[in-house]
Design a protein around this ligand. Structure first.
Ligand code: HGY
Ligand code: MN
Ligand code: MN
Length: 416
């Protein structure tokens, strides 16, 4: 790469300012961000993002699932755009960096190239993927999954949240149901910067994680049907207590994950008691759970171990436990050439780095199934994420954005 380009760095203060400016959209009293996909706060950050991309000279396209593609022209518009970005939606008790860093760093790459008067050969495409988190609508990473062909647009538009509102209705409510078909913009490759959301980089004092793999994920919807009855008058042996049953299910999931470790995790993240009351034995409970592992065979083993454990609990407690596997994402193996591109960009910038498997799912994990894809990690404080105290340093965010800049330049080429 030409000498003057090798010294090119992003504007650290501008990136940091953008991260903290957008944190106002859905800011929570504890310093986090609550910006569920396709809600009012998501609309505010989307409007901000569209205006910022247009101010940076990009042409903003919106597809039928609301994903935003900001195209920066290249010298040769016949070349497939290089995609870079992440997501702006958050968990209910999310932080300021999960997804936001990667999306705003991608915008910062464009801003930096504009300032430097650099034209790339191939166009760039800065992306904000709809509903990466999967908290309001399942599955997670749904828009990039549709782009990758795992779901039809109609299927995703029909997915509903806990209030019965569909993705289509939510898109219409915020004015982000685009007219472009999903997948119309044919990207050549995709690069995503993200906080690690785990403790490894910080513990080892590494600045950059060069992501080579991503965990596979299985999501389940569960329903326990016991029998609601008087908390005082029902003798213990006669009870069919759905919450006591769920407690055993939770411990079984934890035990099975530990037994299949160290590369396996299991979580029951949601439980809703039907018509809860302090003096009624819970009768019906809806819950959600998941398993993850970087190994597909381990995912199979986790699921195989779960079924008889659930059946035994149900039979012993005389309740029904229905389990519906609603999503399975196979483990991700990123493209070696793309991994090498990230590694050499990081090395050229002089950052410490290590190869790393992503514990979290990302849009890049879907994109990796259909095109050359890479991920760049930076540390987050104490490895904490999906928590309002999620934190990262300006220096690490800047380093990650610089690696993103130079990785993208190596892929797009520089005109002239
Ligand atoms: O679930 C995940 O790993 C991501 O945060 N959506
Ligand atoms: Mn994320
Ligand atoms: Mn997340």
């Amino acid at each position: 790469m030409a000498k003057h380009l090798s010294n090119l760095q992003i504007d650290s203060a501008r990136l940091w300012g953008a991260i903290h400016d957008t944190a106002q959209f859905g800011a929570t009293p504890k310093g986090g961000v609550r910006r569920l996909t396709l809600g009012a706060e998501d609309k505010r950050v989307r409007d901000w993002f569209r205006a910022a991309c247009e101010a940076a000279g990009c042409e903003v396209h919106i597809d039928a699932l609301g994903t935003m593609y900001a195209i920066r022209r290249g010298r040769d518009m016949t070349k497939a755009p290089i995609g870079l970005g992440s997501h702006l939606d958050t968990q209910p008790t999310g932080g300021k960096y999960d997804g936001i860093l990667g999306t705003l760093a991608a915008l910062e790459v464009v801003r930096t190239l504009n300032d430097a008067g650099i034209e790339t050969d191939a166009p760039l495409c800065v992306i904000n993927w709809t509903n990466e988190e999967g908290s309001r609508f399942a599955p997670a990473m749904m828009a990039s999954a549709a782009y990758a062909g795992d779901y039809t647009t109609a299927d995703i538009l029909g997915r509903t949240d806990a209030e019965g509102i569909s993705v289509g209705q939510a898109l219409d409510a915020i004015g982000y149901r685009g007219t472009e078909p999903v997948g119309q913009i044919k990207l050549g490759s995709f690069v995503e910067l993200h906080i690690e959301q785990g403790p490894i980089l910080e513990a080892e004092g590494k600045t950059i994680g060069v992501v080579d793999h991503g965990q596979g994920i299985i999501w389940y919807d569960g329903k326990i049907t016991g029998f609601a009855s008087h908390a005082g008058a029902t003798p213990m042996p006669l009870r069919r207590d759905a919450l006591a049953t769920l407690s055993e299910v939770v411990l079984a999931v934890e035990t099975i994950a530990r037994e299949h470790g160290p590369n396996a995790v299991g979580t029951v993240g949601e439980a809703v008691i039907d018509n809860p009351s302090r003096n009624v034995i819970p009768g019906d409970i809806a819950f959600t759970m998941e398993f993850r592992s970087p190994d597909g065979g381990t995912l199979d083993a986790l699921d195989r171990a779960l079924r008889p454990a659930i059946a035994e609990i149900a039979a012993r407690r005389k309740v029904a436990i229905d389990l519906d596997m609603i999503w399975r994402k196979e483990p991700t193996h990123f493209d070696p050439r793309m991994i090498a591109a990230v590694q050499s960009a990081s090395d050229a910038l002089g950052y410490s780095s290590r190869r790393i498997t992503s514990g979290a799912g990302h849009d890049a994990c879907n994109m990796a199934t259909v095109m050359p894809t890479a991920m760049i990690f930076v540390p987050c404080k104490d490895g904490i994420s999906h928590n309002e105290i999620e934190d990262a340093t300006q220096a690490d965010c800047t380093a990650g954005a610089n690696v993103l800049l130079h990785t993208v330049l190596s892929l797009a080429g520089v005109a002239g």
